[in-house]
Design a binder for this molecule. Sequence first.
Ligand code: ACO
Length: 321
Amino acid sequence: TRSRIIGCGSYLPANVVTNDDLAKRVDTSDEWIVARTGIRQRHIAAEGETTSDLAFAAAKSAMEHAGVTSDDIDLIIVATATPDNTFPATATKVQNRLGVKGFAFDVQAVCSGFIYALTTADMYIRNGQAKTALVIGAETFSRILDWEDRRTCVLFGDGAGAVVVQAVEGTGTIEDVGILANRLHSDGSKYELLYVDGGPSATQTVGHLRMEGQEVFRHAVTNLASVIREVLADTGLEPGDIDWLVPHQANQRILDSTARKFGISKDKVVVTVDRHANTSAASIPLALAEAVHDGRVKRGDIVVLEAMGGGFTWGASLMRW
Ligand code: ACO
């Protein structure tokens, strides 16, 4: 048995904030933000609109695309670093609203969260504990940004993406459709380069995101290249076999340098960072949904998802669509 993504969906809050809007709040400019990051705008959740609201909307759209109902779903995993509450898991809120039986839990690996969640769903499906899973990346990073800090507040946005993953019979060869390889890594010694300075146990506050941008950039480029090499080696494929690279959308310059390292042409890299900014765990399923719905990703294509985030955490998934 393998698991295969059979539907994708997404949701973005209605409110769009441009770089010029931000320049009214902090000492920055559209030119600086575009040149350093490629970001032109981001969506920001309305007051009272929570991560579970975004997750629920993305889940509904993925289920509709997949042609499944709540009765078909037996597992829900939400990847988020910005849950509605400390507990219960945001996934159980989504479960309740969808009327899904089965089991539901959250995964926390910040920007790599979606790869971690997808890998986890793949394991449950392959060993028979679930048949059809909903994997959601959903974030409201606007709630943990320091809106006085121009070095970080310009980089992030809110949103959610979701996929439906289902068991499919495989032959165990590289010709199968579905997920063919996953690799995950973490390195807790890099904690202070990207973290939130709050939390229930440490400070009893929510806290704000803190980041050493240049250091994160340097590690991201190295770690992403090595994990892509790993999933290629696991499957015996070459960089030239990749039809679509769907990266976590942190920064245009990270996307460019990763693609350049593998000689992957720019038109094979799915980019949403210009319109969504960095939506952490939501960015990969948001980008994937866009490329699937507009017809770029086609049956039989080799698709590689990759991400790196706070922790540090990083990972990649390789699949035949
Ligand atoms: N507007 C104007 N000036 C700014 C802004 C801003 N929004 N932010 C920082 N500056 C200034 C700095 O204060 C500094 O000024 P100074 O020299 O007078 O002190 C100057 O610009 C250069 O700052 P650097 O931090 O060196 O800028 P850099 O070129 O490294 O770009 C950036 C910063 C965009 C954050 C870059 O380091 C980066 O992309 N890092 C990757 C981090 C990332 O994407 N993290 C996302 C989370 S992790 C992940 O998802 C992979």
